[in-house]
Design a protein around this ligand. Structure first.
Ligand code: NAI
Length: 311
């Protein structure tokens, strides 16, 4: 069935509780405001540090909470550092204490430590992995059991074109961001029975993270965080898709997929690197390429080819 075909015309979050990490500014703020404007009760999490992860302040999250309250919504501020499990567990506990459940987790918090791989220190590599990848793992772990018990959960990871396709100077960030796609792929399988759906957003927006990368103010005006938040909401409502990487920016929406070509089979006597190179055109031929439902499907495909060749 065409995904989205059964979605009701108006999406409401009025009975839902959402946690948005890194929501003191940029995209997280837009996600939190958009969710709250459609009735969600929102935990606005933000450590309040600088773009490189240094420093700490509760002001940004408080300000977003105030915006939500002023607009007639409900929200609480939280200053947990997503890399600290105890702080994250306390954040989830405060949401449960206040509203009794957590339905939606938007893993959005992030930092940058850009440098070419040649110049990058291992500490900068680890820190970026820690915030983006482990931060999302820690927040997801903190709501996972709750969502299983509720038999309901919507989780959004935040990846990046830098992870999906690469970006000069962002090996640490790219590795962390692609790791989130891997995390989604397995959580989808483990969460399915409990109606926990996991999707990934690949945004592009004008925020402090990108303001010096795109210097033209006219282009920056088009890249609104709100246009990305729209995509985020499409990934976390009742009838949301599952295991989808939604790319969003400047009003553009697209899907990114990992596909595997059908490939070839080589009998054991021909399994040489020379033969692989010789058959390269057939190996890379996109005809019949597929998105595999889970890892075992790859083994199944190759064994089916091997068995067919033996007949
Ligand atoms: P931003 O820098 O405005 O927002 C990130 C927020 O995360 C900040 O408010 C920061 O205080 C918070 N944060 C950082 N470390 C934290 C921690 N340990 N615990 C809690 N909060 C923490 O940047 P932006 O652009 O809004 O980024 C949001 C997400 O979108 C990030 O994951 C980023 O990697 C991703 N992204 C953004 C793109 C863009 O074009 N702006 C492109 C691709 C991905």
């Amino acid at each position: 069935m065409r995904q989205g075909a059964g979605v009701k015309m108006s999406i409401s979050f009025s009975d839902r509780v959402a946690i948005v990490t890194g929501a003191g500014g940029g995209l997280g703020r837009a996600h939190a405001l958009a969710l709250a404007s459609r009735g969600a009760r929102v935990v606005v999490n933000d450590l309040g540090g600088a773009r490189d992860g240094t420093g700490q302040s509760s002001e940004a999250a408080q300000a977003v909470v105030q915006e939500i309250i002023d607009a007639g919504g409900e929200a609480i501020a939280n200053g947990a550092n997503v890399t600290q499990p105890e702080e994250v567990e306390a954040m989830v506990a405060s949401a449960v204490e206040r509203w009794g459940r957590v339905d939606i987790l938007i893993n959005n918090a992030g930092i940058l430590r850009d440098k070419t791989f040649a110049k990058m220190t291992l500490d900068d590599f680890r820190l970026v992995l820690d915030v983006h990848l482990m931060g999302s793992v820690i927040c997801t772990k903190a709501v996972w059991e709750l969502m299983r018990q509720q038999a309901y959960g919507r989780i959004v990871m935040t990846t990046s074109s830098s992870g999906l396709y690469g970006n000069f100077g962002q090996s640490n960030y790219g590795a962390a961001k692609m790791g989130l796609v891997g995390l989604m792929n397995t959580l989808v399988l483990e969460g399915k029975k409990y109606d926990i759906r996991v999707n990934t957003l690949a945004p592009t927006a004008a925020t402090r993270m990108t303001e010096d990368i795109i210097p033209d103010p006219k282009l920056l005006e088009l890249l609104t965080p709100e246009s990305v938040a729209t995509g985020c909401l499409a990934l976390c409502h009742d009838e949301a898709p599952n295991r989808t990487i939604l790319c969003a920016g400047a009003g553009g929406y697209a899907v990114s997929r990992i596909l595997e070509t059908d490939g070839i089979y080589l009998p054991s006597a021909q399994q040489s690197p020379e033969a692989v190179i010789k058959h390269w055109d057939a190996i890379v031929d996109p005809d019949g390429q597929k998105e595999l439902a889970f890892g075992g499907k790859q083994t199944e495909k190759f064994l089916t080819k091997a068995a067919a060749a033996k007949k």
